[in-house]
Design a protein around this ligand. Sequence first.
Ligand code: 5GP
Length: 184
Amino acid sequence: MQFDDADLVLRDPLIDKVLISSGDIQKRIRQLGTEISRDYQDRQPILVCILKGAFVFLADLSRCISVHHEVDFMAISSYHGGTESTGVVKIEKDLKSNITDRDIIIVEDIVDTGLTLNYLLELLETRSPKSIRVCALLDKTSRRIEEVPVTYSGFEIPDEFVIGFGLDYDEKYRNLPFIGVLKP
Ligand code: 5GP
């Protein structure tokens, strides 16, 4: 059963508004998928999904990519239930694949300060991949502390704490089909 974005906002008194609608997200993911398919013709990249936040994005993005590709998962923790970044990144689950000489696309939910991504890029570079690019659904460029290259960027968003489409607040709201903002 599918719910309308507006109905879901009305059902939950803690959600303030829809920032990016489910329709706009799907449209943008199709564009990103087309771009990636074009750039990786005759290659077989590994999409590295950063858990937990990117699992919804990965699932939709993968289905919009027409070239053969693999998926693998890495679980990290950089937030501890609240809304502020600690800058401390812990690897909870590592990749299964050997990425040496492979084309890697890191799939992230959101790039905020860039600390997490910077750490991940440095870590994965030590494994000598052929190439590494980043695909992030959301980008809070105004909050950047570490300059990180984001080749495929879904939406640039303002400095607000967002939830939905895989992104949580205290492990809740990952299931929302849109990107929303909670009430202050
Ligand atoms: P960074 O290291 O770039 O500051 O933060 C990256 C991680 O912080 C993301 O992968 C995500 O887990 C979390 N994060 C940053 N901003 C937000 C936000 O607005 N909402 C949620 N739910 N998580 C965020």
